[in-house]
Design a protein around this ligand. Structure first.
Ligand code: PEP
Ligand code: MG
Length: 589
């Protein structure tokens, strides 16, 4: 049989060789089995517990919807919750468990099928709506019984697999059991999409935006190769190719090990210029990884992940505990925590109102959303300030595009501080506040912003998205993305120059900061830190230690004169080849 090769973006580096598994966006088939007499009541209790959990989730969703002005679908949720109390569902399922001596999922499935049938043939209107309630509430209940929620991964095969899927949200990738997922191949998405970022953070080799309907050609269980360095998926590989890739995989692992041996060394150029290497994190679970990879701090904590994958928003108390944990675990290292960047491709439950915006990325996202839903921002700022005594906190505000936004944020922060003082709650009054430079207007107005804030963090992912008008998550245009886009490099340069004049520190925290070629010229700028996925840090360190500041400045100067990403990439390739540095793996595999 001939092998089939598909090329796309090298989204998350690494090599995976494992059986394919097509993840379908459906509730998994409920397991069916008979149970012993003595287990019947326990099974009924399992069903009752899932009912309770489902009802509680819906109560929380209702409460949240009440808080969100103008949301008018409260009734839909309420009727789903009421359906979960309906004897047609509860009594009938419990009787089926008892009389049929069958497991709860099977009994529930039977009840749902019967209920749906009785409503299916009725005309449009109220009873037809009831069918939808059964569908949604039934799915929720089944998910809870199966111990999951949302996209279920309970059907993943034993051992490792490469997941083939049309689309995954960043939150869904974050939820995967890491030891079972060797790689991800997705039909949609681009290199700087949040889904890609999470895959990199978890060191899962991933290829996004593979068109050509790959899902129709892959068979569950067949061995596939994912080359996340080259952006290549091989279906039905030939024996020789498989053997070659096993060697490459081994070499890759050896290289990783080699790089890890140097993580204790400082990120210093050959001529003694130091830069701090920090980590971008999304989840508190990444702390061990960032420490293992030698991060000198957290340059970007994307707190919105605390709000995703769940039915309710975290309380001030829950946030406080979370931020305090990160700060205390990082000790004397700086931790830059970003306020909520919800919206765009990161929509939390209960935000459907905002999902309907025609252009969510240009709409009510990040600080714009927080300035509208002020209670969200206030709770987060209170939690952050309260946690500030536990370590070295910096607060970072995302997607600022106008000077007035930062005036408003600072005003709210001051009033939060006043409240905390009144309540005699301790906090650090000198927590630095900075902004993300990720919208061209912020870069162009950097001199003005630099008078108002304590630091900048440059988000090159969004600077690319907004600077070039290329949707980060749209695979039809994502091939236009390049970390070497001259317009973006020039915007970065403008912002860094403004910060230098105002004497405020700058970090680059977009994906560009972890790209070995880009690091080579970013080192030529006056940056305090580069913040990246923890797994990219050992490579970044290797690059920095191989270069001199003078070489980097020369490269930057040359890059700033070149007219296209392609030419910049070619130029960097030529120059860095001499140092045996390669775009992804440092050494050619
Ligand atoms: C960026 O835009 O570059 C950035 C770091 O933020 P995020 O990727 O979370 O949008
Ligand atoms: Mg951003």
């Amino acid at each position: 049989m001939k092998s089939h090769r598909y090329h796309s973006h090298a989204t998350s580096p690494g090599i995976a060789i494992a059986p394919a598994y097509c993840l379908k966006r459906t509730t998994p088939t409920p397991p069916r089995y008979w149970i012993l007499d003595r287990d019947v009541e326990q099974e009924v209790q399992r069903f009752v517990a899932a009912l309770k959990r489902s009802r509680e989730q819906l109560v929380r969703v209702e409460a949240k919807m009440c808080r969100i002005q103008g949301y008018d679908q409260l009734k839909i949720i309420e009727s789903q919750r009421l359906f979960l109390q309906d004897e047609m569902l509860t009594k009938s399922t419990m009787e089926t468990i008892r009389q049929g001596r069958i497991n709860a999922e099977w009994a529930l499935d039977k009840t749902l099928v019967q209920l749906k049938l009785s409503f299916l043939n009725v005309p449009e209107g109220h009873f037809r709506d009831r069918y939808q309630d059964i569908e949604y509430a039934g799915r929720r209940l089944m998910d809870n019984l199966l111990g999951g929620g949302g996209l279920s991964t309970s059907e993943l095969p034993e051992g490792e697999c490469v997941i083939f899927v049309h689309d995954l949200s960043p939150a869904e990738v974050a939820n995967f059991p890491r030891d079972r997922v060797a790689g991800i191949v997705m039909e949609v998405g681009g290199e700087t999409s949040h889904t890609a970022i999470i895959a990199r953070a978890l060191a899962i080799p991933a290829i996004l935006g593979v068109k050509e309907e790959i899902l129709q050609h892959v068979t569950d269980g067949e061995t596939v190769i994912v080359d996340g360095v080259k952006g290549l998926v091989v279906l039905s590989p030939q024996k020789v190719e498989l053997a070659q890739y096993r060697t490459i995989k081994q070499k890759y692992a050896d290289l990783e090990r080699l790089l890890m041996q140097d993580i204790h060394l400082p990120a210093k150029t050959r001529d003694g210029f130091s830069i701090r290497l920090e980590a971008n994190i999304e989840l508190i679970d990444e702390i061990p990884s960032l420490l293992q990879h030698g991060a000198e701090g957290v340059g970007l904590y994307r707190t919105e992940y605390l709000f995703l994958n769940r039915m309710d928003f975290p309380s001030e108390e829950e946030q406080f505990e979370n931020y305090r944990t990160v700060l205390s675990r990082l000790g004397s290292r700086t931790v830059t925590i970003r306020t909520l960047d919800l919206g765009g491709d990161k929509m939390a439950f209960g935000q459907q109102e905002y999902e309907e915006q025609a252009n969510p990325a240009l709409g009510l996202r990040a600080i714009r959303l927080c300035l509208r839903e002020r209670s969200l921002l206030i709770a987060q700022l209170r939690a952050l300030l309260r946690a500030s005594t536990a370590g070295k906190l910096r607060i970072l505000v995302p997607l600022v595009s106008q000077v007035d936004e930062i005036h408003q944020v600072l005003k709210i922060l001051n009033s939060v501080k006043k409240d905390l003082k009144k309540e005699k709650i301790p906090f650090r009054d000198d927590v630095p506040v900075g902004i993300m430079i990720e919208v061209p207007s912020a870069a162009m107005m950097a001199a003005e912003f630099a008078q108002l804030v304590d630091f900048f963090s440059i988000g090159t992912n969004d600077l690319l998205q907004y600077g070039l008008a290329i949707d980060r998550g749209n695979e039809l245009v994502s091939h236009f993305f390049s970390p070497y886009e001259p317009a973006v490099i020039r915007l970065v340069h403008i912002a860094v120059e403004a910060a230098r004049k105002a004497k405020i520190p700058v970090t680059v925290c977009g994906e560009m900061a972890g790209d070995p070629f880009a690091i080579a010229f970013l080192l030529g700028l006056d940056l305090e830190a580069l913040s990246m996925n923890p797994v990219s840090i050992p490579r970044a360190k290797k690059i920095i230690r191989s270069l001199s500041r003078e070489e980097a400045q020369k490269l930057l100067h040359e890059v700033l004169t070149l007219p296209s990403a392609h030419e910049i990439e070619k130029h960097l390739h030529r120059k860095l080849q001499k140092l045996h540095l390669d775009r992804h793996g440092l050494f050619p595999l």
